[in-house]
Design a protein around this ligand. Structure first.
Ligand code: CU
Length: 226
């Protein structure tokens, strides 16, 4: 009893004080558990299991990722490794992105263009990876400069769906901005002042993110919900 509440307390403390949690796709394992640490590359000391129920069916064109985040801001990366027990997460789906605010942060269709490009480079495409196993590595770098890691295991499935809007929306004041070179000119400044980001056909870095409730209409948008 005492032991249980100690663990619960420690885990709550961990969540409250720092770090982040991957809520969807369901993470590989609880990286707040004893013996694990989000400071540890590549997956917080959480090993991949053969438990198939721990593997989320995820669209082969890029699926949703929902995090519970706890820092005022964090440079955020999502990398993908194709295969089972991968040691190399060599396809970057999200880069150059500063995730802001804490609470729930959701990417509806993560890195669609980057995934397609990464697959093409490897001689693959959304069709040929259907049914393949892969792992996502999510990294956050907050104010101290140290990296936090979490992983989630997936199976690509062309009939898997994105999270519906009511399961994929950002908390108030949670969002993010792409990182651009200082002084660079926005290529598309038609961002609307509300969160109703419309789909963009732009191939810019921001367009492939499509953060929910944030304006992602090209490289140059700024404003937003920070
Ligand atoms: Cu932290």
């Amino acid at each position: 009893m005492l032991f249980n509440s100690f663990i619960a307390g420690a885990s709550l403390l961990g969540l409250a004080s720092a770090h982040f949690q991957v809520e969807y796709p369901y993470w590989r394992g609880d990286s707040f558990a004893p013996g694990r640490s989000q400071w540890n590359f590549p997956c917080a000391g959480v090993n991949e299991t053969t438990d198939i129920s721990n593997r989320t069916q995820w669209p082969a064109t890029g699926g949703s990722i929902r995090l519970h985040v706890s820092h005022p801001w964090a440079l955020t990366y999502v990398n993908l490794g194709i295969g089972t027990n991968v040691s190399s997460f060599n396809i970057s789906l999200v880069t150059q992105f500063n995730q802001t605010g804490n609470g729930t942060f959701c990417l509806k269709e993560t890195g669609k263009a980057a995934l397609a490009a990464g697959l093409a480079k490897a001689g693959l495409d959304a069709k040929s990876i259907d049914g393949m196993q892969a792992s996502l590595q999510i990294i956050q770098i907050a104010s101290t400069g140290a990296s936090l890691f979490n992983c989630a295991d997936i199976t690509f499935n062309s009939s898997a769906t994105l999270l519906p809007d009511n399961q994929c929306s950002n908390s108030t004041n949670v969002g993010g901005v792409p990182i651009v070179n200082a002084g660079s000119t926005p290529t598309n400044s038609s961002a609307t002042p509300t969160g109703s980001a419309k789909p963009s056909s732009s191939t810019g870095a921001a367009a492939m993110l499509k953060p929910v409730g944030v304006m992602a209409l090209g490289l140059g948008f700024a404003v937003g919900m920070m």
